[in-house]
Design a protein around this ligand. Structure first.
Ligand SMILES: Nc1nc2c(ncn2[C@@H]2O[C@H](COP(=O)(O)OP(=O)(O)O)[C@@H](O)[C@H]2O)c(=O)[nH]1
Ligand SMILES: [Mg+2]
Length: 302
């Protein structure tokens, strides 16, 4: 499953503008895909000459308000991007960030309360496990109402809660002090080279991906087939079996072993066969910890 981020922010802070800058799509659908820029992919493709080159992608979801119901659409995302108005001169970004944190907490409190209502009703059957969960949710609600947060709750939170306030949060200041999103949204409509000529540093997409990768501990691996050469994301520390599962659940199920070449070794050798002849290709099992830049070829049967 693709990595997913949610865009939240106060009205007119630039949420749709960020959505457009990241996905290149007109912000009418609220859900889009952002292709992760990775120059290594093009280098690999030069050697492999596949029919299709596919970058790794992030699913981007924009929510158009900060009420509990709308924010509830973000319970599955891996991280939150909080857009702050730093361009109009009428807002204090740090204050808006606090406001948004509070909105997220209100949405989580709402979720705890609703879960408590449901579990308390079910607990009338007398089932011990449900009674315990209801009691814990009551304590959690009292903790939040007493000024606490879900992040500082000393025990493990019930999994069903899917809280927002414990997710990684990246603040994106829209304006001269952060990212000029209006410019970035315009540049998203140009070709990459043309757009780069207008910028001094990295693009909004590059900056967001870089910060997200650091925050979530992301790495990239590649598959280099003749039909399709493709980049994928994985969390640092994940193994070859998990990488196979990212590609397809069937490939994970039928996993036998995995050929691994470093991307730059493959590029230098010029082909899989030549890399293998030079002894640059290794055979690994399910538990091999995938490294950033690995090119994987999973052998499997189904
Ligand atoms: N001057 C300026 N205007 C911006 C910038 N970012 C957004 N806007 C404008 O602010 C308005 C609201 O932006 P939008 O992305 O739709 O905000 P949303 O309500 O958070 O989705 C639009 O008219 C944008 O053109 C910026 O960086 N500079
Ligand atoms: Mg909008």
């Amino acid at each position: 499953m693709a990595l997913e981020v949610g865009i939240v922010g106060l009205p007119s802070s630039g949420k749709s503008t960020l959505f457009h800058a990241l996905t290149g799509a007109r912000a009418t659908g609220d859900v889009g895909m952002a292709a992760i820029p990775d120059p290594r992919l093009a280098r690999i493709a030069e050697v492999i000459r596949p029919r299709k080159v596919t970058p790794a992608a992030i699913r981007v979801v924009e929510v158009r308000g900060t009420g509990p119901e709308l924010l509830g659409n973000l319970r599955q995302v891996d991280a939150l991007l909080v857009v702050l108005d730093g361009f109009s001169g009428t807002r204090v970004p740090a204050d808006d960030l606090e406001t948004l944190r509070l909105e997220l907490l209100v949405a989580d409190r709402d979720q705890v309360e609703r879960r408590l209502e449901r579990v308390a009703k079910q607990a009338k059957s007398g089932e011990q496990k449900l009674k315990q969960e209801a009691a814990e949710l009551e304590r959690l609600l009292a903790h939040v109402d007493g000024g606490g947060s879900l992040a500082d709750w000393p025990a493990e939170l019930p999994a069903e809660l899917e809280p927002l306030t414990t997710k990684p949060l990246l603040a994106v200041e829209n304006g001269p002090g952060g990212i000029d999103l209006k410019l970035e949204a315009e540049l998203a409509d140009l070709g990459a080279e043309e757009a780069a000529a207008f910028r001094e540093g990295e693009s909004a997409l590059e900056e967001v991906v870089r910060r997200l990768s650091a925050e979530l501990g992301l790495i990239s691996f590649f598959t280099a087939g003749d039909k399709e050469t493709r980049a994928w994301t994985l969390r640092r520390g994940q193994n070859a079996l998990e990488a196979a599962g990212t590609i397809h659940s069937d490939i994970a199920r039928g996993f036998i072993r995995c050929e691994v070449i470093r991307w730059d070794d493959l590029v230098a050798a010029g082909s899989h066969a030549e890399a293998a002849r030079q002894g640059l290709q290794r055979l690994e099992g399910k538990t091999y910890v995938v490294q950033d830049g690995d090119v994987l070829n999973v052998r499997f049967n189904v």
